[in-house]
Design a protein around this ligand. Structure first.
Ligand SMILES: Nc1nc2c(ncn2[C@@H]2O[C@H](COP(=O)(O)OP(=O)(O)OP(=O)(O)O)[C@@H](O)[C@H]2O)c(=O)[nH]1
Ligand SMILES: [Mg+2]
Length: 305
């Protein structure tokens, strides 16, 4: 579509998706876009940087910007994550504020609400995980969340129920807030992440899935080799960084069992996402206290393409 010439009524713009950790932001973005653009997990602080999920329809192009969960940053990694949230907020046309309807709002939700109100941008709130919310407390919790939002611009959502009819209502509400304009990305592009980065994230997702306590949070993944081989096979060589020798031991597991498990599950996911056969080689390295070192955080998380 030409930049100057677009169908009348067509809208486009950026929607920053924000909320406290683990409320279901990434799951919701994946559902809205119809592609897995962001990894998800039951562990908080899964998302570490801004991730675009682009939805192209006839009447609009909505660019969702998934963000890390809003929290008080202590380490260099956490500061990086919060900068990503701030960047997404400062560069958007509307805000999708996601909350977890299975519990009452807490101070963390209030902190997000206060931050958002300073932006003077249109806000829609997703009352998420509605599929597992307690029906007996629905009205009470809804009123509480509308109270901290200061409006009734709310929709019940479920990121895990793909037939959820409220998704359309949510989209309509968001699109109504976007400016008139042409498509900003090619219609077949659904994320801004290079395939290499997507692969690294899918490996990290399996590490989050199988590892416990602090270990998954101490992990960073970098894809060092990414090359097409004959017979439609993709060779991917990746390094998983941890902070301590003890974590390296846990990650590798008895006789290499844990690393093998993470590797074979990740390979399956990468094959599904990239649509080709994958040969995956994983290496483990210790990078002491990388999360507290700004240079290391930038190196391991900054997209260097
Ligand atoms: N039942 C149910 N579970 C959900 C829903 N949305 C997300 N979940 C689950 O909640 C957990 C967290 O989901 P994420 O999408 O990773 O949450 P997030 O807000 O992106 O988390 P951070 O990136 O850590 O801030 C995962 O286990 C999801 O499967 C929902 O609507 N219903
Ligand atoms: Mg997330």
């Amino acid at each position: 579509m030409d930049q100057m010439n677009f169908p009348s009524g067509h809208r486009s713009g950026y929607v920053a998706v924000v909320g406290k950790p683990n409320v279901g932001k990434s799951t919701l973005v994946n559902a809205l876009v119809g592609h897995k653009v962001a990894i998800t997990s039951p562990k908080p602080q899964t998302t570490r940087r801004r991730i675009m999920g682009i939805l192209t329809r006839d009447d609009a192009q909505v660019i969702f910007v998934d963000t890390p969960g809003f929290h008080d940053p202590k380490s260099a990694l956490n500061q990086y994550m919060m900068r990503e949230v701030e960047n997404a907020l400062s560069d958007c046309d509307a805000i999708l504020f996601v909350v977890d309807l299975t519990t009452a709002p807490d101070i963390a939700d209030v902190t997000v609400a206060d931050r958002i109100k300073k932006m003077n941008q249109p806000v829609v709130m997703a009352l998420n995980k509605a599929d597992i919310a307690d029906a007996g407390r629905l009205a009470e919790f809804t009123a509480m969340y509308q109270g901290i939002l200061g409006s009734q611009n709310t929709v019940y959502t479920s990121g895990v129920d793909i037939r959820d009819e409220n998704m359309n209502e949510l989209l309509q509400m968001l699109i109504a807030h976007l400016p008139a304009g042409p498509e900003l990305y090619p219609p077949d592009q659904y994320t801004d992440q290079p395939e290499k980065v997507l692969a690294a994230e899918l490996i990290r997702e399996q590490a989050l899935r199988f590892l416990e306590q602090e270990v998954p949070h101490a992990i960073a993944v970098s894809v060092d080799q990414f090359a097409a081989r004959p017979n439609h096979t993709l060779f991917i060589g990746a390094t998983i960084f941890v902070e301590r020798d003890s974590q390296k031991g846990i990650l590798i597991g008895k006789g290499g069992a844990m690393l093998k498990r993470i590797g074979s599950e990740a390979r399956r996911e990468v094959e599904k996402a990239l649509g080709s056969k994958v040969y995956l080689e994983l290496w483990v390295k210790v990078r002491p206290a990388w999360r507290r070192d700004e240079g290391a955080v930038n190196e391991l998380l900054g997209i260097t393409e």
